[in-house]
Design a protein around this ligand. Structure first.
Ligand code: SF4
Ligand code: SF4
Length: 165
């Protein structure tokens, strides 16, 4: 079975056509247009999105990174490795109540992290919280893009509720 089908089955959601759904992608091969970041304050962490990320670039922050979270730290993306597929956004929005993930324009991310995002993942770099930029009280969460599948479902529901002319 193709990876696409397997992922869709596990998501129990057949309507995510906008996601990249890479079949063979093991690591980043080109600069993505958008990159995912978690709101670390909203991430429980349930541990679901790291399981689905096709390039395996989501991991918990190091123990003690966020005060008060001890060894149960939220997850964050290693941004240089992200391929911008939206899968973690959909997983968090559709399989959990946390809706912690948003996608950000790569130009903006370069500005925030102060480095170029290249065509390849580069050397391993542990994730950082970036709470001041990508959490609800942060500078950029309001421009982040959320779940497309959820938006579509809501749109369809509204359409159905609209009185017929
Ligand atoms: S799916 Fe959401 S709540 Fe669960 S680990 Fe990922 S970001 Fe955190
Ligand atoms: S968008 Fe999310 S699931 Fe896709 S590569 Fe980036 S971190 Fe992984």
């Amino acid at each position: 079975m193709a990876n696409t089908e397997r992922l869709k089955q596990r998501l129990k959601e057949d309507r995510i056509p906008e996601a990249v759904w890479p079949d063979e992608w093991g690591e980043k091969k080109k600069r993505p247009r958008e990159i995912a970041f978690m709101d670390v304050n909203l991430c429980f962490p349930c541990g679901k999105c790291p399981e689905f990320c096709p390039v395996g670039c989501i991991e918990p922050l190091a123990p003690g990174t966020l005060p008060g979270r001890g060894d149960n730290q939220p997850v964050q993306v290693r941004y240089q490795e992200c391929i911008g597929c939206y899968i973690c956004v959909e997983v968090c929005a559709l399989l959990t109540d946390y809706d912690a993930v948003r996608m950000y324009d790569t130009d903006l991310v370069e500005e925030v992290v102060g480095e170029k995002i290249g065509d390849s993942p580069g050397p391993y770099k542990p994730p950082e919280p970036f709470e001041e930029y990508f959490s609800e009280d942060g500078a950029h969460r309001h421009v982040g893009k959320g779940s497309r599948a959820l938006e579509k479902m809501n749109r369809e529901q509204l359409e159905q509720m609209r009185p017929k002319a």
